[in-house]
Design a protein around this ligand. Structure first.
Ligand SMILES: [Cu+2]
Length: 275
């Protein structure tokens, strides 16, 4: 069984294998399809219309399925690779090991926010941004600029304590765990981390920055943690609901996976520890 580990605990070889697999998918032309798919959903998911990937109950199962497919793609390159996660409540500064040259590389430089260190730096020639919102073809970050602080452990605990998975109107104005984890209401967890990283992570084309996978892997882990703490609670809505993916409805773009299919991550992978 594949184990997803905290990035801070990876060995040098595990880091190298993960980075090499990312670069290989990019080289093969498969990486950019994930960026395009994510952006397509960001653009089309709306609060009062059809919504699947974001601002809706299926935010969590949709991203679980999306990450699973990406992880399987990495494993087709190197079967030993699994997605690491970034616990941003612990590794919360621009100098954390995550941003070192042997993993994701560092912050963007002042002026144009261009990342100039690590495997994904513009100068390395291996990470041209192809699916992009403007002409700039280099990875950009501005860590801690858009918002000063990453969420704290106490803030995460306050969201994990929310009993109900989601609630009508099933969008960015909802009460419930999903929307507070996603960040449209309350202390703001997931959305805030995108803003904290900045650059392309602050756009719909956020998977251009490999930290996207580590961030969403931690979001996925927090969903698993919420399930563990609230065994009597489950995905909502269970009944067919206009514009929203209910428990037994297939999700686009795959059309072969329902939220119900995604509830038990242990069929596919486990996590190295509880939160
Ligand atoms: Cu995200």
């Amino acid at each position: 069984m594949a184990v997803r580990k905290n990035q801070a605990t990876l060995t040098a070889k595990e880091k190298r294998d993960f980075v090499d697999a990312l670069l290989q998918l990019k080289r093969l032309g498969r990486y950019d399809a994930y960026v395009a798919t994510h952006n397509r959903f960001i653009v089309s998911d709306t609060d009062n219309g059809e919504r699947t990937g974001h601002r809706s109950p299926s935010f969590l199962p949709w991203h679980r399925r999306f990450l699973l497919q990406f992880e399987q793609d990495l494993q087709s390159v190197n079967p030993s690779v699994t997605l690491p996660y970034w616990d941003w409540t612990a590794d919360r500064t621009a100098t954390a090991g995550l941003w070192a040259d042997d993993l994701l590389g560092g912050n963007g430089r002042s002026g144009d926010n261009r990342v100039t260190t690590g495997p994904f730096a513009a100068g390395g020639g291996q990470w041209t941004i192809t699916v992009r919102p403007d002409s700039r073809d280099y990875l950009r970050r501005s860590l801690g600029t858009g918002v000063a602080q990453l969420p704290t452990r106490a803030e995460v605990e306050s969201v994990l304590a929310v009993q109900t998975y989601d609630a009508a109107p099933w969008n960015s104005s909802s009460a419930g765990f999903r929307n507070q984890l996603e960040g449209w209401r309350g202390v703001n967890l997931h959305n805030r981390v995108h803003v904290w990283v900045g650059g392309l992570m602050g756009t719909g084309m956020s998977p251009n920055d490999p930290v996207f996978w580590l961030h969403h892997c931690f979001i996925d882990k927090l969903w698993a943690e919420w399930q563990r703490r609230h065994p009597q609670q489950g995905y909502l809505p269970t009944a067919a609901t206009a514009n929203v993916v209910s428990l037994n409805t297939a999700m686009k773009p795959w059309n072969d996976t329902t939220p119900a299919d995604m509830l038990d991550h242990t069929r596919h992978y486990t996590y190295d520890s509880a939160f």
